[in-house]
Design a protein around this ligand. Structure first.
Ligand code: SF4
Length: 672
């Protein structure tokens, strides 16, 4: 029986909801997890949250630094590993220049770790080739909401959904991927809120929706523009809000007229009457929220998709109030924080542009900083082995998670130096020259920032295995080797430096966070934080409408939607080591409509071959009418069936997010 005294309060480190949890510890082991009563957990956790202890104490954890010697890895000391890394990075910098180096930080690491790795890249290595996994998920959010509203982040806290009259969910399998958000949506529904779901799949949340618009994949803009057109035509806009707080509405109104519900039906396949019903439901609501995830962003037109959402919220005045707002749901627990910490090629912390704030950071760090334009994550991979020769990857597994997997693997293999820091061996650590064992969330102090901009503490509950270290210590040691004074005694010291340089984090300290999480912006130590953005105005003065058009839809063989299973997380390096989660979904599956399956001679459980211009993989078919004819769905967590082998290299031109969400494939029975 675990006693309450053994409970360490901390934060779940799977999805971006940021549920508060208690780790129950005995004899340097995490034995159990229980939920916090504070929002957003409010006494509840999902399956992944309850099973957190299974990965923390797993015997596969990396324990000691390893260096490649020929075909095998040999254990080494931290001092030898770090000296080798620093020497190799310095040699590449000397021979090929600083932009031959790159740092990919981690949305699974703390804010302090992301900050110091960003500082390592810029101040020590001299490059802006710094990015994080947000490039693969919410870069369009950063770009579109940043340009339109002034901040590329969630406008309201999760709890604010309880005040919504209507919640529109687009491209989000909310119950499976953001369960804490889904529980709030269901509670809002019990209180009378109407739910609209826009999704090509009939997901769990679509089943409880008042309206499910089952669109053709990739046609969101046609649908959203038609909804906005109806809202304008039928007088459901908020004229005061538009006049007093926005620019650009007239141009959008004039151009959107061609998006009639009938024209949209021809593109997106949703009957015109249902589009009309959705427009009236959203447009006539007193307070309406829009919730979206990677079904919207991971497209070659992801930025335009997000802008179409912003146009709708602005036209109806659904911003700056409880219950209204735009909710981009982050997948990893610290995607928001990694971006806030400036792990981006064009921004320092708090979205201070490199082009405008270089001198400020040069003065603070007492070093000359690079002016050159940094590469994004996918561009870094595209240059690996040619312009890029050395790379430090923190806690990510691009061999499985990036588009066009076979090209990524070749790129990583061709580097002169690949350093990977992680808690488990992965497909990417197996290609590294040096593997660094990192402390998990249960073994270190620090902060993470959830999808609702809430900065929260993670607290050390146990010691790490072997000689594994918190990564902020690793980054600080490397900074010292490169002659950049670090001198941090704790991660709290790192946060003090972040706060001094970052207006939106200016009032955030570990000491304050001991009393509970704080929503940024929080500019001073007496500021309470800002749960709801834009109550009194927009940071850019007036918010901006921008018209976006639906791009032409190609005729596909099959459109494969790539997503996630509720029982696994990202590339499965943690959840596939949790036996209950692995028991539930032990292998990849491809959902195929029964009509298509019958035509191809495919039965439930048949092995199938999927082929695209980028690669070929095998998986097992699952007959399901959750997808329409012509559409397939599969999760990407499984190394045996790596779905991202099928995706190409197409990027959104604004945010450079790769089109990971849908790809065109053929499917056939194995052996046919
Ligand atoms: Fe963790 Fe997300 Fe589940 Fe909450 S909803 S317990 S943050 S995985």
């Amino acid at each position: 029986m675990v006693m309450a005294l053994d409970a360490i309060e901390t934060t779940c480190v799977y999805c971006g909801c940021g549920c508060g949890i208690y780790l129950h510890v005995d004899n340097n082991r995490v034995n159990a997890v229980t939920p916090s009563l504070k929002p957003p957990a409010r006494g509840r956790l999902c399956a992944k949250g309850w099973l957190l202890p299974d990965f923390v104490g797993h015997p596969d954890r990396l324990r000691e630094p390893m260096m490649r010697k020929g075909d095998r890895y040999v254990q080494t000391s931290w001092s030898e590993a770090l000296s080798f890394i620093a020497k190799s990075l310095a040699e590449i910098k000397r021979d090929s220049g600083p932009d031959a180096l790159a740092v990919l930080t981690s949305a699974k690491a703390t804010n302090e770790e992301n900050y110091l790795l960003m500082k390592l890249g810029r101040a020590a290595l001299g490059t802006n080739n710094i990015d994080n996994v947000a490039r693969l998920c919410h870069a369009p959010t950063l770009f579109a909401l940043g340009a339109s509203l002034g901040s590329g982040s969630m406008t309201n806290p999760i709890e604010s959904l309880l005040h919504s009259d209507v919640i529109m969910i687009i491209g989000s399998n909310t119950t499976e991927q953001h369960p804490a958000v889904a529980l709030h949506i269901m509670e809002a529904r019990r209180n009378g809120a109407k739910i609209i779901v826009v999704d090509p799949r009939r997901t769990q949340i679509a089943e409880i929706a008042d309206l499910h618009l089952q669109i053709r994949p990739g046609t969101d803009i046609a649908l959203l523009n038609a909804i906005l057109n109806i809202v304008i035509r039928e007088g459901m806009i908020d004229e005061d809000f538009i006049r007093s707080r926005t620019d650009g509405f007239d141009a959008v109104r004039d151009r959107i007229a061609e998006y009639t519900p009938e024209a949209a039906e021809r593109i997106c396949g949703v009957p015109a009457e249902r589009i009309h019903d959705a427009a009236v439901m959203y447009g006539s609501a007193g307070t309406a929220a829009i919730v979206y995830a990677m079904g919207i962003t991971q497209h070659a037109h992801g930025t335009d998709n997000v802008q179409a959402i912003a146009n709708l919220a602005l036209a109806t005045g659904n911003l700056g109030r409880d219950g209204a707002g735009i909710y981009p749901l982050r997948g990893h627990h610290n995607v928001q924080g990694a971006c806030d910490m400036g792990a981006l090629p064009d921004y320092y912390t708090g979205y201070q542009r490199v082009s405008e704030f270089r001198e400020k950071f040069e003065a603070a760090w007492n070093v000359e900083l690079p002016e050159s334009h940094g590469r994004t994550a996918v561009e870094i991979m595209g240059s690996a082995g040619s312009e890029i020769r050395g790379m430090y990857i923190s806690g990510e597994n691009p061999a499985l998670s990036y588009p066009n997997g076979s090209r990524i693997r070749k790129a990583l293999e061709s580097l002169d130096l690949l350093v990977v820091a992680d808690i488990f061996p992965t497909e990417t650590t197996r290609m590294a020259d040096v593997v660094l064992p990192i402390a998990s969330f249960a073994e270190k102090y620090g902060t993470v920032t959830s999808t609702e901009r809430k900065v929260q503490l993670i607290r050390k509950a146990i010691d790490p295995p072997g000689s594994a270290l918190p990564e902020w210590i690793v980054a600080a040691k490397l900074l010292e080797i490169f002659g950049i004074p670090a001198g941090y005694d704790s991660s709290a010291d790192v946060m003090r430096e972040i706060a001094a340089l970052t207006p939106s984090y200016g009032g955030i300290t570990h000491e304050r966070l001991e009393r509970g999480g704080i929503h940024w912006p929080c500019p001073t130590e007496t500021h309470p934080g800002t749960p709801v953005l834009y109550r009194d105005g927009f940071p850019r003065g007036r918010a901006l409408f921008r018209h976006v058009d639906q791009r032409r839809c190609e005729k596909e063989m099959f459109t494969l939607i790539i997503g996630r299973s509720q029982y696994h997380f990202h590339t499965g390096s943690m959840t596939r080591r949790v036996c209950i989660l692995e028991r539930e979904v032990p292998e990849a599956f491809v959902d195929i409509n029964p009509e298509d399956a019958a035509a191809l001679g495919i039965r439930n459980g048949t092995g199938v071959i999927l082929e695209s211009g980028s690669g070929t993989i095998r998986a097992r078919a699952r007959l399901s009418d959750s997808v329409n004819s012509g559409t397939l769905f599969m999760p990407f967590h499984f190394r045996e069936s790596p779905a991202n082998m099928l995706t190409g290299w197409q990027l959104d031109p604004h945010s450079k997010v790769p089109a990971l969400k849908i790809t065109s494939v053929s499917i056939r029975r194995e052996g046919a």
